[in-house]
Design a protein around this ligand. Structure first.
Ligand code: SF4
Ligand code: SF4
Length: 293
């Protein structure tokens, strides 16, 4: 049975589309934004989270790993690139200090979880949001989106737009709402995070803008000074709704768990008030701007 790499299915979410929703987070992303709040979703291969304060240094995981991916000095270090995702270290750790980042799930297994909240979706006008990573790079994403629509869910899809049109074209008929990441308008700034403006613009041109909300993660040293120009670009694409997502540090502990450097460790979470002025500025571009998702 074909499976998807699911990091989490978040139930009762209220920020990723209308109403009460379940959000399916899939692993793997073509971009590498250094502020990413979900760093575990960037790699395409399986990874292991390590929670140091649960570790007693028993070395059971070191001894169990046939790939020799784990070493111990004053703490466990997992060389994620050597890990084949077998999960033997996780089984060996009786202290729950280790966990695999994603679980392989069939579409039926995913549906079994989200169906539990059907009454909430119906009463609130909610539904299902597929997020990532970049959901559209998954080989079975078309089957998942189709299955959700067959079950009559409102389907929202969060995307970077950095995907092949042939896939986007296949899912488009089943998607009710796109939460489309717009991190910058400048091609060079986009290249710096692995994005290609030409691809994103070309994809966007083929999509009905009525079902697009542009989402801007506002990052102090990346795009905060350029929001007005970004609004102008978004408006020129025919989009009329924008969510501004202030930078936050909630993903910091995940970088530690992956033994990865967090480049934004010295940046404070952004106060929403800093962004309030952009609501009015958005009106100049016929944009309805919301702060937060
Ligand atoms: S998942 Fe397997 S290969 Fe990866 S670190 Fe654990 S035991 Fe080693
Ligand atoms: S098995 Fe668990 S507790 Fe023991 S060293 Fe490994 S991570 Fe730490």
């Amino acid at each position: 049975m074909d499976k998807l790499q699911v990091i989490e299915i978040e139930r009762f979410a209220i920020h990723d589309g209308p109403g009460i929703r379940s959000v399916i987070f899939l692993q793997g992303c073509p971009l590498h934004c250094p502020w990413c709040a979900n760093p575990e979703s960037q790699a395409f291969h399986q990874q292991v989270f390590y929670t140091q304060n649960r570790c007693v240094g028993c070395l059971a995981c070191v001894n169990r790993c046939e790939q020799k991916a784990i070493t111990y000095t004053d703490k466990i270090v997992i060389e994620q690139s050597m890990c084949n995702g077998c999960g033997k270290c996780v089984d060996a750790c009786v202290n729950d200090a280790l966990a695999l980042v994603h679980k392989e799930m069939t579409i039926t297994e995913i549906l079994d979880i989200i169906k539990k909240d059907d009454a909430y979706y119906q009463s609130s006008g909610g539904g299902i949001t597929i997020s990532g990573g970049e959901a559209l790079v998954h080989p079975h994403i078309v089957d998942l989106v189709k299955a959700l629509k067959e079950h009559k869910y409102h389907v929202a899809l969060e995307t970077t737009g950095q995907v092949s049109w042939s896939i986007l074209e296949q899912v488009d008929a089943y998607v009710d709402l796109y939460l489309w990441d717009m991190k910058h308008y400048d091609a060079h700034k986009l290249v710096s995070i692995g994005a290609n403006k030409e691809i994103i613009v070309s994809n966007l041109k083929h999509i009905s803008k009525d079902k697009v909300i542009a989402r801007i993660p506002v990052i102090e040293d990346y795009n905060l000074q350029d929001i007005e120009e970004l609004f102008s670009f978004i408006s020129s694409m025919g989009i009329s709704r924008v969510d501004l997502l202030p930078f936050h540090r909630m993903g910091e502990s995940k970088y530690r768990k992956l033994n990865r450097e967090y480049e934004y460790r010295d940046y404070a979470s952004m106060n929403k008030d800093v962004l309030m002025k952009f609501v009015e500025i958005g009106e100049k571009f016929q944009l309805l701007v919301k702060i937060g998702g």
